[in-house]
Design a protein around this ligand. Structure first.
Ligand code: NDP
Length: 793
């Protein structure tokens, strides 16, 4: 017999992990659970639902469906505990987080087995990935608690965090949510997914063992409606969600106008790109990790395989050979590669999507992988012949199903990769460092893995662009999701300046005024599409000018101009952007007297106040210019053979709606940092005092600012902000207006999940640099992309 023949006759035996410990834990609780509220378990309630094993269909436990009363009790407990928890100080909280981490490690085996039983994922994954990474999250954030006072000075806890997590990484997602929230001094009410609540309940028990103060962590179980109750509760200050884009949108709408902070970690259709010079064998192993880890039920799964045409056939042959070695079976068997799909409902969904894709022409390949006779198993599946725009290539299947396409050039690879409404992650495989690092900035994804995939660590941020949601979890960037500036609570209501009596007239139709200020689009003066103008009047009612009455069409033109300008502007060096901002400052300075006069005329400001506003505006331009080449990213240190570049990237096309007050200073304070960071902007200036802003176009024209970087559309604030919020080409929207207007902007932005920053009717002190310059603004103007690169041995 040859060695090859011997291998062919060999088979793996099973290596089952005992479930006895987890079964005993369930028995100890009589397999019936209430909620974990205020440091104690409640009695199991009347309304119950079952937690089933996806491998056997057996009932593992009966869980309680939370009522509004339960949610109220949990939120009240969290609210009562919050001040004491925050007042404990960073070092005090660090000790608790550290104790939780230690206890997770102590009970690691119980957590791993319980998770595999409940979710159906292989024990190898829960044991080697989910549970250790969860423990690491608590250790890492114990450190951030310790350092909070020195590293985040001026920030404080948001308050009570409502956290809603999915079923694909039940315990790990709990750790991602709870560890940073507690570290920063928040208390939490968490709802696990109805399919997989058991490890969250076990965590409740760990909180007791760790002596965590009552009410700091509260866990309520139930269906989606319970999540909605938490998000809608008036005393919840922050909502953090991981799950489907559909529910993410609902939560954006539900929390609109409430002032609650929101992070959404949603779906994805992440590209896995293999170039012809890649180490193909490593890349095949990468694919296995990318799409068959956790049965492909991973938000950042590399579910779209894009292969260079020259190696596509060879690569797919290798992949098919590898697929033949994958083993599917009992999640508690240590030698299986894939376990179960979480629930028959998800299994049916995957089956439906694949069957439809095949009916539409996709070609299906499966190795001859034996599946257990019963249980919720789905075989590793490869689909070729898939059109880039098809449902299979665009929609999240959330199962062990890979679709593949080929490309000819790096440009085509980028185009295919970005042809998605999502932007969560991407994996690039090439031995050419120039190619891989050259493409990383071009891929629209919050995480880019180079020659690796599905890497996670507490020190590195994770989160998406576009409809994959917003906010980051992990890393320094993730901490800001759970804090707010201490000055925020003392902000006053924004003065709702009385809009001018908007008598509409044809352009130039008013007599006695010097001129009509045009809008500024694509570097040119533009007449309003409506052909109408609005008067600008002084506080005493004197007509001092008129501006164009911008409409939907003007906004569309401006967004188009901003989108065209974006490519060049974001690629321009920080140094160049700084030079242009300095130049704008210099030119504004040369015309200071004229702008002072304009401000006095429009707002009735004293000579001194007007001079201060102009000088502070010049100062803001200098500050933004100074930051343009200094607002650096970070290199995250992760415990793997690699480093993570946390790169700050512009958000893209930003809509900026200015407040009525401080018409020059607010405009400049908002626009300067936005463009310094590489964004292009469509700005709606103060509705009542727009002339200082429209006068700025002459300054821009003489300062080498490329056309389309700043576009100015005058008109009714809330009408134009509505159009900006609806527009799919706008990536982010800053709104400084009324409370109602803030709510409308947040609600409308749910359509493409654009990033919003609204003032909820509160006025920033535009003269205060802590509030209106530097970090406070720059953070809104950037997104962090985490790029994992090989580094070290
Ligand atoms: P959901 O988004 O519905 O579930 C995620 C969490 O949100 C669960 O705790 C769920 O509760 C809860 N929830 C459901 N509806 C609401 C609501 N209206 N308000 C507040 N919370 C709510 O995901 P599904 O479980 O339905 O999975 C469907 C698809 O979503 C998957 O096939 C996959 O494509 C995607 N998905 C993406 C995930 C990701 O990590 N990005 C994770 C999970 C799913 P409950 O489960 O109890 O109903």
């Amino acid at each position: 017999m040859t060695i090859a023949e011997i291998f062919e006759t060999m088979d793996y035996g099973t290596a089952p992990e005992s479930s006895a410990m987890a079964q005993a834990w369930l028995d100890r609780h009589d397999r019936a659970f209430g909620h974990f509220i205020d440091g104690a378990f409640t009695k199991p309630g009347k309304a119950r639902f079952d937690s089933l094993s996806p491998a056997t269909g057996a009932q593992l436990a009966s869980l309680t469906e939370a009522t509004q009363k339960d949610v109220n009790a949990a939120v009240a407990a969290a609210a009562r505990a919050q001040k004491g928890w925050a007042d404990l100080g960073g070092p005090g909280r660090a000790r608790h987080l550290y104790a939780l981490a230690r206890l997770i490690q102590k009970h690691a085996r119980l957590f791993a087995v319980l998770e595999s039983l409940d979710n159906g994922k292989p024990i190898r994954e829960t044991r080697d990935a989910d549970v250790p990474t969860a423990a690491r999250h608590f250790y890492h954030h114990a450190g951030w608690a310790q350092l909070m006072e020195t590293e985040l000075p001026g920030y404080e806890a948001v308050g009570v965090a409502g956290q809603i997590i999915p079923w694909n990484f039940p315990f790990l997602m709990l750790a991602w949510k709870i560890a940073p929230a507690l570290a920063m001094g928040n208390t939490v009410v968490l709802k696990p997914a109805e399919y997989t609540s058991l490890t969250a309940l076990l965590f409740g028990e760990i909180c007791l063992e760790a002596g965590l103060p009552a009410g700091v962590v509260n866990i309520v179980t139930g269906h989606g409606a319970v999540g909605s109750m938490i998000a809608g509760h008036a005393d919840v200050d922050k909502v953090a969600f991981t799950g489907s884009t559909g529910v993410g949108r609902l939560l954006r709408e539900q929390t609109a106008g409430s002032g609650k902070k929101l992070t959404l970690e949603l779906g994805g259709k992440s590209p896995f790109i293999v170039f012809d010079d890649a180490d193909l064998d490593s890349a095949v192993e990468g694919v296995v990790d990318a799409i068959w880890f956790n049965q492909g039920q991973v938000c950042c799964a590399g579910s779209r395989l894009l292969v260079h045409e020259a190696v596509a056939e060879r690569f797919l042959d290798k992949l098919k050979l590898r697929m033949a070695t994958l083993r599917v079976g009992d999640p508690l068997d240590k030698s299986v590669d894939l376990g179960c799909i979480v629930d028959p409902v998800q299994h049916a969904r995957i089956t439906r999507m694949v069957d439809q894709g095949v009916a539409d022409g996709a070609v299906l390949y499966r190795a001859d992988t034996p599946l257990p006779d019963s249980g919720c198993y789905y075989p590793p599946t490869l689909l070729t012949g898939v059109e880039a725009g098809s449902t299979l290539a665009q929609e999240e299947i959330f199962g062990p199903v890979l679709v593949t396409m080929s490309f000819r050039t790096p440009e085509e690879a980028v185009q295919l990769a970005n042809n998605s409404r999502y932007g969560l992650a991407a994996s690039l495989w090439s031995e050419n460092i120039n190619l891989a690092l050259g493409l990383a900035p071009q891929i629209k994804a919050g995480v880019v893995w180079i020659n690796c995939t599905n890497q996670f660590d507490a020190a590195a941020g994770f989160g998406g662009f576009r409809e994959s949601g917003f906010g980051r979890e992990g890393g320094r960037e993730g901490l800001y999701e759970y804090v707010k500036p201490a000055w925020q609570k003392s902000l006053k209501d924004a003065p709702e300046a009385k809009p001018a009596k908007l008598v509409e007239t044809g352009l130039g139709g008013l007599s006695g005024i010097d001129r009509t200020a045009k809008m500024y689009i694509g570097g040119k003066q533009a007449r309003p599409d409506s052909g109408y103008a609005m008067p600008v009047v002084s506080p005493k009612g004197r007509l001092i000018g008129q501006v164009g009455h911008g409409n939907r069409k003007d906004i569309r033109n401006a967004v188009e101009a901003a989108a065209v300008a974006l490519g060049g502007w974001q690629k321009a060096s920080g140094h160049l952007r700084a030079q242009i901002l300095y130049y704008i400052a210099e030119n504004l300075s040369a015309r200071a007297a004229e702008f002072e006069g304009r401000l006095r005329e429009m707002t009735g400001a004293s000579a001194k106040a007007a001079a201060t506003e102009v000088q502070t505006s010049i100062d803001r331009l200098f500050t933004a210019a100074a930051w343009a080449d200094k607002y650096d990213g970070q290199v995250h240190s992760v415990p793997l053979r690699g480093a993570v570049l946390a790169m700050k990237e512009p958000v893209g096309v930003l809509g900026i709606v200015c407040p009525a007050e401080a018409p020059l200073l607010a405009f400049v304070s908002l626009v300067a940092p936005a463009i310094a960071m590489g964004n292009t902007v469509v700005v709606v200036p103060s509705e009542t005092s727009p002339l200082a802003a429209t006068d700025l176009y002459q300054v821009f024209d003489t300062s080498d600012l490329p056309g389309g970087v700043v576009n100015i559309v005058t008109g009714h604030r809330d009408e134009l902000s509505g159009t900006l919020a609806d527009h799919y080409g706008v990536d982010g929207l800053w709104y400084h207006g009324s409370r109602d207007g803030s709510a409308r902007v947040e609600k409308a932005s749910a359509a493409n999940l654009k990033r919003t920053w609204v003032n909820n009717g509160k006025a920033l002190d535009w003269h205060n640099p802590t509030q209106a310059a530097g970090d406070a603004l720059l953070r809104h103007a950037t997104e962090v992309k985490n790029v994992w690169i090989p580094y070290g041995e």
